[in-house]
Structures are given as structure tokens and as C-alpha cells.
Design a protein around this ligand. Structure first.
Ligand code: FES
Ligand code: FES
Length: 185
């Protein structure tokens, strides 16, 4: 990481930002070094987003920023001032046809139907990444789904079932909405 010379940032320095998180706009005070993941989990109590490696290697922390999937552990919260964030807690609101009878997004229903998890630790990241993948529109085959989901690790090895679930939702055409608005990954 590049450390620029100059005056050090005082430990109590906070920066005011505004984020719309799961449809609710919030004015927040954050330290310049706070990751989006830590902001969500530690400051906002949105603990559905998981911390696995904290180094951008496992995908457990994946959320959607303006519809684009992002590793929130590698994203400084201050850099996303004004962005729309969707975590697993807000995923159902993105369903193009509305949430199902059980209040879930179709991809969540499909994960349940296909047993696409065991311990569940990776699942919120897998779900957000699946929606991001469908927003991107680049994956059209099982191999392409596998490739596009390769940044989301599952220690329980539920990969085949995860691909089954994504493929089913893609084939049903219940694409998730919340199209990308140009945010960087
Ligand atoms: S916790 Fe962010 S990629 Fe592992
Ligand atoms: S379900 Fe356990 S790590 Fe994926």
C-alpha cells in the first residue's frame, strides 16, 4: 500500500459520508482507514456480510456497490461516498419480480432448493456475487458461471450445487435488477 508523506492523520479524525444501504440513506462518520466490511459489521451491525480472509482472497465479504460485486474488505468506506450498497440483508428487494412468498430473492430460494451451502459461512458472499454475475451478463454456461464465481471460495465444497442454483435462476430469466451504475470494483 502506498503511504504518502505529509502530516499523519490524527487518530480521532472522522470523515462524513453518505451511503444508501439496502435502500436506506445514512449519514455516517468513518475513519479514513475503515473498510466497508468493518463499517457494515462493526458500526452498522449488518453481520450477514462475513469476514473470511480480510485480504481479498475468499469472497466471503462480497456486497453489491451500485449493482457491481465488490470485496468489501478491500474497499475503503470513504471512497464510496454517495454509493448504493446492497448486502445479503437487502438482497430480496432487488428481485425483478419482487421477493417470493417467503420474502427471499430467487437466488436465495434456489440456494435452498439445491442445498448450495453447508456451514453457510460463504453463502452471503456467494449470493451477492451471484446477483453481481447476473447483472454483468457475461456468463452463459456452467463453465462460465464457474469461472465468474471463482473468487468466492467455499470450504465446504458446495460448488456444484451453487452452480446448479445460479444456472436455474439464469434459465428462469428472473434476473435480479439493480443494474450497474458505473462504480468500480
Ligand atoms: S474477507 Fe474479503 S475477500 Fe476474504
Ligand atoms: S457452505 Fe461452508 S464455506 Fe461454503
Amino acid at each position: 500500500m502506498l503511504i504518502e508523506s505529509g502530516s499523519p492523520v490524527p487518530a480521532d479524525t472522522r470523515v462524513g459520508i453518505s451511503l444508501t444501504i439496502n435502500g436506506e440513506t445514512r449519514a455516517l462518520q468513518v475513519s479514513p482507514w475503515t473498510s466497508l466490511l468493518d463499517l457494515l459489521r462493526e458500526q452498522l451491525d449488518l453481520t450477514g456480510t462475513k469476514k473470511g480472509c480480510d485480504h481479498g482472497q475468499c469472497g466471503a465479504c462480497t456486497v453489491l456497490i451500485n449493482g457491481i460485486r465488490v470485496n468489501s474488505c478491500l474497499t475503503l468506506a470513504v471512497m464510496k461516498d454517495g454509493a448504493e450498497i446492497t448486502t445479503v440483508e437487502g438482497l430480496s428487494a432487488l428481485a425483478a419480480g419482487g421477493a417470493g412468498a417467503n420474502g427471499l430473492h430467487p437466488i436465495q430460494d434456489a440456494f435452498i432448493a439445491h442445498d448450495a451451502f453447508q456451514c453457510g459461512y460463504c453463502t452471503s458472499g456467494q449470493l451477492c456475487s451471484s446477483v453481481g454475475l447476473m447483472n454483468e451478463g457475461h456468463a452463459h454456461s456452467r463453465d462460465e458461471i464457474r469461472e465468474a464465481m471463482s473468487g468466492n471460495l467455499c470450504r465446504c465444497g458446495a460448488y456444484t450445487n451453487i452452480v446448479d442454483a445460479i444456472e436455474e435462476v439464469m434459465q428462469a430469466g428472473t434476473t435480479p435488477g439493480d443494474a450497474p451504475q458505473g462504480a468500480a470494483r
